[in-house]
Write a protein that binds this ligand. Structure first.
Ligand code: NAD
Ligand code: MN
Length: 302
C-alpha cells in the first residue's frame, strides 16, 4: 500500500510528522510512505504549487495524507502560483469530486449522494441533506436527486434541512445529526462550525474521495501560520485523518488489519483525552504537539 505524504506549509510539516509517527507505531508491514511537495513549499522549490514529481506520486499512490497549504508569504503571488492552486490542482487531477466547484452537474450530485448514503449505512443510518431550496432555486435539483437516490437505500432515513436552520441546529442539538451531505460552500462553513463542537478545529479529520473511493485525507483546518514553528499545534485532526485513511483503505482492499488499526488510533485518542493528563493547548491543556503524539503512541498499546 503506497501512501503519498504531503506535509505542505505552516504547521503542516509539524502535524504530518506526528501522524506519520503514529502510523509507523502500528507496525503495518505493507504501508509504504513517500513524501512530496505541495503548496507554498513546492512553489519555493520548483515554481509550481503542484509539481510534476508530486503529480506522479499522487497518481500512483493508494491514498494521500496531506497537512495543509498556504500562508501570508505567498498571498501576493499571481493566482496560478498560489499554494491553494496546488490543492485545487491535486483535487482536480485525482478526480476528487465536488470539491472545486460551486456548480454541480446532476451526475456529480448523484455521485456525492451515493457516497453519503453509503457512509450513513456504515454508521447510524441517518442522513441529513442540507440545501437552500426555498431561495436558491438551483438547490432544488440537489434535493430532488437526494430523494431519488434514497430509494436505493431503504435502510437509511433521509431528512432535509435548510442551511441557515442547519447552522443553528448544529449548535443547539448536534446529536440529532449523524451523516450530513451538502455542497462545497455550505459544507466548508458547516464543517468549521461543527469542528467547534469537538472543542477545537484542531480535532477534525476530513477526506475527499474519487468514484473508486481513493482518497485524500487531511485535517479540516488550515496551515495556521500564526502558530507555525512553535511546536504547539494540535496534531489530533491529522492523526485522526490517518485513521480515516486506514479505515477507507481497509474497506477498499478488504483488509481487516487496516480497519482494526484505524480503531486502535481512534481509541487511543479517546483514551488520551479521557485521561486528561496530556491535553493540547487549543483544548485548554499545556501539551506540545510531540507530547500529544507520545501519549497516543503509548495508548496504542493499551
Ligand atoms: P486556519 O485553520 O489555518 O487557522 C484558524 C485558527 O485556528 C488559527 O488561530 C489557528 O492557529 C487555529 N488552528 C488551526 N489549526 C490548528 C491546530 N491544529 N492546532 C491549534 N490551533 C489550530 O485558518 P486560516 O487562518 O483562515 O488560514 C490560514 C492559512 O491556511 C491560509 O493561507 C489559508 O488559505 C490556508 N488554509 C488551507 C487549508 C487547506 O490546506 N486545506 C484550509 C483552510 C485554510
Ligand atoms: Mn474550511
Amino acid at each position: 500500500m503506497k501512501i503519498c505524504v504531503l506535509p505542505g506549509d505552516g504547521i503542516g510539516p509539524e502535524i504530518v510528522a506526528e501522524a506519520v509517527r503514529v502510523l509507523k507505531a502500528l507496525d503495518l508491514p505493507d504501508l509504504q510512505l513517500e513524501e512530496g511537495l505541495l503548496g507554498g513549499c513546492a512553489v519555493d522549490a520548483t515554481g509550481n504549487p503542484y509539481p510534476e514529481a508530486t503529480q506522479k506520486l499522487a497518481r500512483e499512490a493508494d491514498a494521500i495524507l496531506l497537512g495543509a497549504v498556504g500562508g501570508p508569504q505567498w498571498d501576493s503571488l499571481p493566482r496560478e502560483q498560489r499554494p491553494e492552486r496546488g490543492l485545487l490542482g491535486i483535487r482536480k487531477d485525482l478526480n476528487l469530486f465536488g470539491y472545486n466547484t460551486m456548480v454541480y452537474s446532476e451526475s456529480e450530485i448523484r455521485r456525492i449522494g451515493h457516497v453519503a448514503f453509503q457512509a450513513a449505512q456504515k454508521r447510524d443510518k441517518k442522513l441529513c441533506s442540507v440545501d437552500k431550496m426555498n431561495v436558491l432555486e438551483c438547490t432544488q435539483l440537489w434535493r430532488d436527486v437526494m430523494i431519488e437516490i434514497s430509494h436505493d437505500y431503504p435502510d437509511v432515513e433521509l431528512s432535509h434541512m435548510l442551511v441557515d436552520n442547519a447552522a443553528m441546529q448544529l449548535v443547539k442539538a448536534p446529536k440529532q445529526f449523524d451523516v450530513m451531505v451538502t455542497g462545497n460552500m455550505f459544507g466548508d462553513i458547516l464543517s468549521d462550525e461543527a469542528s467547534m463542537l469537538t472543542g477545537s478545529i484542531g480535532m477534525l479529520p476530513s477526506a475527499s474521495l474519487d468514484d473508486k473511493n481513493k482518497g485524500l485525507y487531511e485535517p479540516s483546518h488550515g496551515s495556521a501560520p500564526d502558530i507555525a514553528g512553535k511546536g504547539i499545534a494540535n496534531p489530533l485532526a491529522t492523526i485522526l485523518s490517518g485513521a480515516f485513511m486506514l479505515r477507507w483503505l481497509g474497506d477498499r482492499h478488504e483488509d481487516p488489519t487496516l480497519i482494526e488499526s484505524a480503531s486502535r488510533i481512534e481509541k487511543a485518542v479517546e483514551l488520551t483525552l479521557a485521561q486528561g493528563l496530556v491535553i493540547p493547548r487549543d483544548l485548554g491543556g499545556r501539551a506540545s504537539c510531540t507530547e500529544v503524539t507520545a501519549a497516543i503512541c503509548k495508548n496504542l498499546k493499551n
